[in-house]
Design a protein around this ligand. Structure first.
Ligand SMILES: [Cu+2]
Length: 145
């Protein structure tokens, strides 16, 4: 991936002095990729099922990497907006208060996959992309008590 530097050195420093240096808020915490509408928002579908969409892209993060649901049925979609990277989402075995056998074994670039499962135990249910867990691609679904 190539990075373009748009910073002009030298003469521009004088301008910086005039305008102050507090305006560098253009890059929102490293998230270059835009997020699709509705991603990360837990909503309730017409059938009463909680719905959440998590996005993946050409890096090693889930967006969001944490979300909270109520006990009950959850419909989880992973939308992979990557151009090159394939991801998955599995609940980490033995890490949460209950086992969630359902998982998304593969989401190709540009694809999305949906699973549905039921949770009953409050607490943190860690999940991971098994391809990239060692690169830190993990997240947490919290079930309210
Ligand atoms: Cu991954």
């Amino acid at each position: 991936m190539k990075r373009l530097s748009t910073r002009a050195a030298g003469a521009a420093a004088a301008v910086v002095l005039l305008t102050g240096c507090g305006g560098g808020a253009e890059e929102p915490s490293g998230a270059a990729a835009s997020t699709a509408p509705g991603v990360g928002e837990v909503t309730t579908g017409p059938d009463g099922v909680q719905e959440i969409t998590v996005q993946t892209q050409d890096d090693y993060v889930f967006v969001p990497d944490s979300f909270t649901v109520d006990p009950g049925t959850v419909r989880l979609t992973v939308v992979n907006v990557a151009e090159e990277m394939t991801h998955n989402l599995e609940f980490t075995q033995g890490a949460g208060p209950e086992e969630i056998a359902e998982g998304i074994s593969l989401v190709a670039p540009g694809e999305e996959e949906t699973i549905e499962f039921t949770v009953t135990e409050p607490g943190d249910h860690p999940f991971e992309c098994s391809f990239h867990v060692q690169l830190g691609q993990v997240g947490t679904m919290t079930v309210r008590g």
